[in-house]
Design a protein around this ligand. Structure first.
Ligand code: CU
Length: 166
């Protein structure tokens, strides 16, 4: 576990000690929403035991919001998968072992992967607003996307199917 995300806590605790129990819980919630609103962690092992995952594998935000991709474990990067993004939306990437914040403006589904672990299908989805904007287009083309490995295609397919069945 890394400490960097917890650095503000001592100051917060000092503040909370001076507040009533009710204010304490309210301020705790505000902290969680304001400091780490949308965080995806690159992990060697997910909470369900799966190896090499982004967690959560699907994160949902609204247009204009930002996702913080946290290099939680060693050796991970991230890169958007060309062809599996909303039409006209820019790609994005994060370098190995670097925390990366990305703001998303265009609605729809974005597929990305860890290039270092492409072979084992370390993939994730960002869903901005309404996934229906490009969900059918992504479903129709992901299996033929040359940037993905077979395990990557399998994981992307499972994530897209779950989105489709909502
Ligand atoms: Cu990785």
């Amino acid at each position: 576990m890394k400490l960097r995300n917890k650095l503000p806590v001592p100051a917060l605790v000092a503040l909370q000690l001076s507040l009533s129990p009710l204010a304490l819980s309210v301020s705790g919630m505000a902290y969680a929403q304001v400091i780490v609103p949308f965080e995806v962690r690159a992990l060697d092992r997910g909470t369900d035991g799966a190896a090499k995952v982004f967690e959560p594998a699907v994160i949902r935000i609204q247009p204009g919001e930002t996702v913080d991709f946290v290099a939680w474990d060693f050796g991970h990067d991230l890169i958007a998968v060309d062809g599996l993004l909303p039409a006209g939306a820019p790609g994005f990437k994060g370098y190995k072992n670097a925390d990366t914040s990305v703001s998303f403006d265009s609605e729809g589904v974005y597929v990305y992967q860890c290039a270092a672990h492409k072979a084992v299908g370390m993939v994730g989805l960002v869903v901005v607003g309404d996934p229906k904007v490009n969900l059918d287009a992504v479903l129709a083309s992901y299996q033929g996307n040359m940037a993905l490995s077979e395990p990557g295609i399998a994981r992307v397919g499972a994530l897209l199917d779950a989105l489709k069945s909502e």
